[in-house]
Design a protein around this ligand. Structure first.
Ligand SMILES: N[C@@H](CCC(=O)N[C@@H](CS)C(=O)NCC(=O)O)C(=O)O
Length: 225
């Protein structure tokens, strides 16, 4: 299987992590987001949405990170995507929760507008309003993650780590680019530490820390309060 990806990409990192854990040798092809290679015709022909990740398995092409994670886990027979219907439904639920709720407000509302020029609004009042809205919504999602989804659970789907945890952890750690502090939410910190202690984490995230977190180490950003 071949993955078009970028090492810093929030939505690519969990797939690389899963492949490592499941012992799948993905052929990795970097699409250089920094130079805009994803916007050029050759990649647009592969994914009209002009985004990574894209998976190719023979003549089957798949976009959307959540769908790719489920497909790869199934192909590998990975326990990180359980087959029992209710356990599987719980994983699906958590992945949708991260993807449509927390990622929208934390990633697109707080993080990207501060560190990606293409997401920074030229009008300062618009930028400030977006950050204020994103901060408030993100705090509410993090509170739910801490007090409901993770309270009494080692992982978001129960006692075993699943692809929902890989997916969610990659979204939350995007906050490290703009120095977000999650210490208000101890279950979130405990859960992130558990995911980050897996050997696959360092392998899948080395490029993210080197090329996205490190360059912004000295920069000033707004936090969650
Ligand atoms: N819904 C898509 C989102 C993919 C996405 O946001 N990819 C980012 C990298 S993390 C990207 O390619 N961004 C380039 C751009 O939008 O210009 C998925 O989950 O796969």
């Amino acid at each position: 299987m071949k993955l078009y990806y970028h090492p810093v990409s929030t939505t690519s990192r969990p797939i690389v992590m899963l492949a490592d854990e499941a012992g799948i040798a993905l052929e990795l092809e970097v699409v250089d987001l920094f130079s805009g290679a994803h916007l050029q015709p050759p990649f647009a022909a592969i994914n009209p949405s002009r985004q990574v990740p894209v998976l190719e398995d023979g003549d089957f092409r798949l976009t959307e990170s959540s769908a790719i994670l489920k497909y790869v886990a199934d192909q590998a027979g990975s326990p990180t995507y359980p087959r029992e219907p209710r356990a599987r439904a719980r994983v699906n639920e958590r992945m949708d929760w991260f993807n449509t709720g927390l990622y929208r407000d934390l990633g697109y509302g707080v993080i990207y507008p501060q560190c990606l020029p293409t997401y920074k609004r030229p009008d300062e009042r618009v930028q400030a309003a977006i950050l204020a809205w994103g901060r408030e919504k993100s705090r509410a999602w993090l509170q739910i993650l801490d007090a409901d989804l993770l309270a009494g659970n080692a992982y978001v789907g129960g006692e075993e780590a699943t692809i929902a945890d890989f997916f969610g952890a990659c979204i939350l750690t995007l906050g490290e680019v703009v120095h977000l502090d999650y210490s208000t939410w101890p279950n979130v910190v405990r859960w992130l530490d558990a995911i980050k202690s897996r050997p696959s984490w360092a392998k899948a995230n080395a490029g993210f820390y080197a090329h996205f977190v490190a360059p912004f180490e000295q920069a000033q950003f707004e936090g969650l309060r």
